[in-house]
Ligand binder design. Structure first.
Ligand SMILES: Nc1ncnc2c1ncn2[C@@H]1O[C@H](COP(=O)(O)OP(=O)(O)OP(=O)(O)O)[C@@H](O)[C@H]1O
Ligand SMILES: [Mg+2]
Length: 334
């Protein structure tokens, strides 16, 4: 299979004004094959946007390079950029212009014009199913509609490769569905290569031919979903959402020892989601077990006896979340 994108030791260190610095991407080597959907899956701050920005030439790597269809993004940026389209994480449209005017404007930035540009804009408005709203201002659009226009902008110059940085964040389920279908259509009907980033396991699982799992600036696992889940074996994962009661090491040990077939227990304490501290994720206890359904009642008994309130229970088969948990000890969270 031919490589559409190949990166070598991509690194990015951001320097802050106060003299401190952060190594946001720590030597990423990845290969994306022609015609595949490749997802970078990782939690907030993992380095997904920084990686995709370096591969697309928006950000200069501190070290390393990316080769796109044979062209180095640092040495032959014009040739490399001609092959790719980019859908940024933030909406980048003029709110006071209509959808059509936005597309015409960005088309001219790609040095397109005349009849060819008009035709391409017609085609794309059909493709994103917004032909009937093309003359309305962007600021009258829903979040999902804006995202679709954003995607059309990335497709204007008929790239072979498209980067999409978390294109479904903050939109309703129906719009999300539409965008996921569009991504698959780009691969299946137009033979495009897609580099997709997300922090949602479900999206990575539905879309990807291959996945790179990212954490703290590094790719910690990469492969097809089958290859990745094989790494964690055949174990089921029992997930308990629990009350705020304290979970002691002793309790975790008791579960590990008493409940047969439990190989590992992880405790993820509640996590603050906002600075004000008004929102937080619930505490979670996660047990890996060979026969999840057999271990389940035993664990419930132990938690009950310890006075831990169980708010919900789920038994999950090996998936990408299990791979992330096994490698980091933490859950992928919103
Ligand atoms: N311009 C910048 N200056 C300084 N630090 C930055 C800058 N951009 C990102 N960072 C830091 O680099 C790290 C990686 O950020 P990045 O945006 O690449 O992550 P991400 O995986 O895209 O996260 P998210 O899911 O929140 O979009 C974070 O710690 C972030 O705070
Ligand atoms: Mg990001």
């Amino acid at each position: 299979m031919q490589a559409m994108v190949q990166t070598q030791n991509l690194r990015k260190t951001y320097k802050h004004a106060d003299g401190t610095s952060i190594e946001a991407v720590k030597g990423v080597d990845l290969e994306i094959h022609q015609g595949e959907i490749f997802s970078l899956l990782g939690p907030n701050g993992a380095g997904k946007t920084t990686t995709i920005s370096m591969i697309s030439g928006l950000l200069t790597p501190t070290t390393g390079d990316a080769v796109i269809g044979g062209y180095s993004i640092t040495k032959q940026p014009l040739e490399a950029k001609r092959l790719m389209g980019f859908v940024p994480q933030e909406i980048a449209l003029y709110p006071e212009l209509s959808a059509r005017q936005n597309l015409l404007f960005f088309g001219k930035m790609y040095a397109m014009g005349g009849k060819a540009l008009n035709q391409r804009v017609d085609e794309l408005l059909e493709f994103i199913d917004l032909a009937d709203r093309q003359n309305n201002r962007i600021d009258t659009f829903s979040g999902g509609m804006k995202r679709r226009v954003n995607i059309a902008v990335g497709l204007l110059h008929r790239p072979q490769l498209i980067y999409m940085d978390e294109p479904t964040v903050g939109i309703d389920p129906q719009s999300r569905r539409r965008i996921l279908d569009t991504v698959k259509q780009l691969r299946d009907e137009y033979g495009m290569t897609v580099l997709y980033t997300t922090h949602l396991m479900e999206e990575a699982q539905e879309l990807s031919d291959r996945v790179g799992i990212m954490d703290h600036g590094a790719i910690i696992a990469m492969g097809t979903q089958g290859e990745l889940t094989q790494q964690v074996g055949e174990e089921d994962r029992l997930e308990f959402t629990i009350g705020a009661q304290t979970v002691t090491d002793e309790l975790i040990e008791r579960i590990q020892n008493k409940a047969t077939a439990v190989t590992r227990v992880l405790y993820n304490p509640p996590e603050q989601l906002s600075e004000e501290g008004s929102e937080s994720t619930p505490a979670r206890l996660i047990a890996f077990a060979k026969r999840g359904r057999t271990a389940l009642p035993l664990i419930i008994q132990i938690l009950d006896a310890a006075g831990i309130e169980i708010q919900s229970v789920a038994v999950r088969e090996p998936d990408l979340e299990a791979v992330f948990l096994a490698l980091t000890g933490r859950a992928l969270r919103d």
